[in-house]
Design a binder for this molecule. Structure first.
Ligand code: GDP
Ligand code: MN
Length: 347
């Protein structure tokens, strides 16, 4: 009886708080949101949007992460909206604080100096967030069992039906990193990032499989600041679990650039992935209409938009605007064909 009770309790625990059914044909994948309690309602908008367009057909689990405990309200409201199992993780302090090799006085002085130079220039928390997303989210206990993840932020919107399993697509097509927006970084936020990358490569060498062409037009001398917008990512966690990326992140972290400058996790992810993966491992999800203010991705392919019941305005598609977007560059260097209707509205 004791054994039976124990088995029963384990089964109940595995089912999760919501007791929602587990579908065996799902991929080993999870949706992940880092968020603050105050962002609950903006996050509910994102969840509703993704559930309606995708997850109500697949019921993937959803992990929520926070450096502070989630409120009861946050847990109840999000669990009620997710069709898969929900899990709530507290970020360990060592993943969200100054490491001992950072001069915190110097860092705080830099925050003051950079306050009005660019967005979040004066914010300490934003830097912990970027560093966490760069080097730690995939190390969280809750993510350990999974291979693929979809990153979702508060306040984003999905405009088109997604009628296939994107994670299955990733696996079957041997893709590692999926994105919707490619753009240039503000160089002021990363003045010494590429110097650090070059230092790292001069010690460790450039892996034979790489997509350096996306990052640099002169074989790595200069960085063109092209990167994928990381508020949307459908990717293989093994990119970040690789020995290469571990060394890469630790090297960057040691320089202090996450704090003394304001290195974003987007350029760090893109560079870290493109230095170890060939072009064919990256996938542009043309069919996923998406917005994270102020940028929208919305295919100009009229047939595709109607087929997937997209509600976005194709005039606002960011990607074909070559003076702000890196998408044309991506297509060129990955020898990808231009999507149907590409850049219809670009002047
Ligand atoms: P932006 O997209 O670069 O403008 O930055 P966001 O404010 O959207 O932050 C990026 C992601 O990190 C979002 O998922 C936020 O919810 C999350 N985030 C930002 N700052 C914090 C923080 O201090 N604590 C927690 N828990 N999440 C944060
Ligand atoms: Mn955001």
């Amino acid at each position: 009886v004791v054994v039976a009770l124990a088995v029963f309790l384990v089964a109940i625990t595995l089912q999760g708080t919501s007791g929602k059914e587990v579908l065996s044909e799902r991929e080993n994948a999870v949706i992940v949101s880092l968020a603050r309690n105050e962002e609950l309602h903006a996050l509910l908008e994102s969840i509703q949007s993704l559930e309606d367009r995708f997850n109500n057909k697949f019921h993937y689990d959803w992990i929520f992460l926070n450096e502070k405990p989630f409120s009861e309200d946050f847990i109840n409201e999000t669990t009620a909206m997710v069709s898969g199992k929900t899990q709530y993780g507290l970020i360990p302090l060592e993943h969200w604080s100054f490491p001992d090799y950072i001069d915190t006085e110097k860092a705080k002085k830099r925050f003051t100096e950079l306050e009005n130079v660019y967005k979040y220039g004066g914010q300490e928390s934003y830097r912990h967030m970027c560093r966490f997303n760069s080097g730690f989210f995939y190390k969280h206990e809750l993510l350990k069992p999974y291979k693929y993840y979809w990153r979702v932020e508060p306040g984003v919107k999905f405009y088109c039906d997604i009628n296939y399993d994107v994670f299955k697509f990733m696996r079957e097509n041997n893709k590692a990193y999926g994105f919707t927006v490619a753009l240039f970084e503000n160089p002021k936020t990363i003045p010494s990032l590429w110097l650090a990358v070059r230092d790292f490569l001069s010690i460790n060498g450039l892996p034979t499989e790489n997509f350096m062409e996306f990052l640099s037009s002169n074989k790595g001398t200069d960085y063109n600041t092209c990167h994928f917008w990381s508020n949307f990512e459908i990717a293989d966690l093994d990119i970040w679990r690789s020995e290469f990326y571990e060394n890469f992140f630790n090297f960057l972290d040691r320089t202090g650039g996450f704090f003394y400058e304001r290195w974003g996790d987007a350029p760090v992810h893109t560079i870290g992935a493109a230095l170890q993966l060939s072009a064919d491992k990256f996938h542009f999800f043309e069919d996923i209409g998406y917005s994270h203010p102020p940028i929208t991705a919305c295919t100009n392919n009229d047939v595709l938009r109607k087929k997937n019941k997209c509600s976005c305005n194709p005039m606002f598609d960011f990607n074909p605007n070559y003076y702000v977007s890196c998408m044309e560059h991506f297509m060129e260097v990955s020898r990808m064909e231009y999507p149907e209707g590409w850049g219809h509205f670009v002047l």
